[in-house]
Write a protein that binds this ligand. Structure first.
Ligand code: FMN
Length: 163
């Protein structure tokens, strides 16, 4: 799972498990770099990656968001839901007011209704409770049309964050 943070010129990302979400973040980074942004990737690290109870999750590494005017959050789907580590992370960060925020999830199954939609809805709600409006979301299904879906997310996010 990840978070990508962006200031006008800087982008970051967070927390891979098997690497799927991270590889999308790397493609986003490459694209944004090509558009002239300065980009860095960071990880959200939890003490126990498989803890399901959000209240019990202890984050070892909590990337700071101050100084950035835009953020990209990326996370895997876990049990038809948003990864609990990402839930814990977003609930711990300060207000997202006046930041551009976009988010995406990766999931194994081929259809968005197999966890992706629910995870995006959850991530949107948690972010919007922090006083921001999500300007774009994306779902990458790893087992079907993966490359095409990654390309769509990368293109759309890069365009929005560069405008
Ligand atoms: C515990 C667990 C639960 C998962 N639940 C789902 C699920 O409900 N739906 C789905 O499509 N994929 C599910 N997956 C697959 C991951 O969402 C998918 O492989 C994702 O791309 C992994 O991203 P990562 O490599 O960044 O961790 C699950 C994976 C794990 C380990």
């Amino acid at each position: 799972m990840f978070v990508i943070q962006t200031s006008q010129k800087s982008y970051r990302i967070v927390h891979p498990h098997t690497g799927n979400t991270y590889s999308v973040a790397e493609k986003l980074q490459e694209n944004l770099l090509r558009k002239g942004h300065s980009v860095s990737i960071e990880k959200i690290i939890a003490l126990q990656d498989n803890q399901q109870d959000v209240q019990k999750i202890v984050l070892e590494r909590i990337p700071q968001i101050s100084g950035y005017d835009a953020l990209i959050f990326g996370a895997p789907v876990r049990g038809f839901s948003l990864s609990p580590v990402m839930k814990a992370y977003i609930s711990q960060i300060p207000s997202l007011q006046q930041k551009k925020v976009v988010c995406y999830v990766t999931e194994f199954f081929p259809y968005p209704w197999m966890g992706g939609n629910q995870a995006i809805t959850q991530m949107t709600k948690i972010c919007e409770a922090k006083n921001t409006k999500i300007i774009a979301t994306g779902i990458v299904n790893w087992s079907r049309y993966r490359d095409k879906k990654i390309a769509v997310v990368v293109e759309e996010f890069s365009k929005l964050l560069s405008s």
